[in-house]
Design a protein around this ligand. Structure first.
Ligand code: SF4
Length: 225
């Protein structure tokens, strides 16, 4: 999947579609836009199978229904919001995602992308704020990470570790330092919902004086989708 020129992107826009599980207006639950109202597009289909997946309903491509890109753009513009989040599942599994990202950026939207870290970030427009997972051992998917993606991240973006136990914490701490993550991007440590006590994780971060940002999944606390 390569970055398309403007003409090609326009063509893709009129003919393209995406398998979408749902669209909704909510507060962003995590990452650089945490707490901000956003138009969320949840795409269907994922190439991973994390043990503690918090959106199992989005894993199968069959769970989604085909929506044209122009229809999604219209719905976003009608939402009254200027911020939009593409999440999944794994949004980069579908070629139309990059076309939609380009179209949203060109309309002046503030665009966020949540991605599981296993697919190339190269085709994603630079203006898109990227929140990339670095999967921890408890997920069973840490061997699937594409570490070369890190070169596409800046301080506008973030790496997110979801931490379920002490082993995950030690893994995340080691990667934070060995990859020098805080020298070029934001780093988030987030407790796996129902697995790791938020208080315990906060105390570990403080104990080790880590240059990372603790976060909880705000939408879960608020009971938002
Ligand atoms: S990458 Fe996300 S959607 Fe896919 S299995 Fe893992 S947690 Fe679930």
């Amino acid at each position: 999947m390569g970055v398309k020129g403007f003409g090609e992107a326009q063509e893709g826009l009129s003919s393209g579609s995406l398998k979408v599980l749902e669209t909704l207006v909510t507060l962003q639950g995590e990452g650089p836009g945490s707490g901000r109202p956003v138009f969320l597009i949840r795409l269907a289909g994922c190439n991973l199978a994390c043990r503690w997946c918090d959106t199992p309903q989005a894993r199968s491509p069959e769970a989604g229904r085909a929506r044209s890109l122009s229809d999604l753009l219209r719905e976003f513009e009608a939402s009254g919001l200027s911020e939009v989040l593409l999440t999944g599942g794994e949004p980069l599994l579908q070629e139309g995602t990059v076309v939609l990202l380009q179209a949203l950026v060109s309309r002046g939207a503030r665009v966020y992308l949540e991605t599981n870290g296993s697919l190339p970030l190269g085709p994603v427009p630079q203006e898109v704020i990227k929140i990339m997972d670095l999967k921890t051992p408890s997920s069973g998917m840490s061997h699937q990470m594409l570490y070369e993606n890190l070169r596409h991240l800046t301080f506008r973006d973030a790496v997110k570790f979801v931490i379920a136990d002490e082993e995950d914490y030690l893994f995340a701490r080691e990667k934070t330092f060995s990859l020098r993550l805080p020298s070029f991007t934001e780093v988030y440590f987030s407790p796996a919902w129902g697995e790791m006590s938020p208080e315990r994780l906060a105390r570990l971060i403080l104990r080790d004086r880590l240059p990372v940002r603790f976060q909880v999944q705000l939408h879960k606390f608020l009971g938002l989708p």
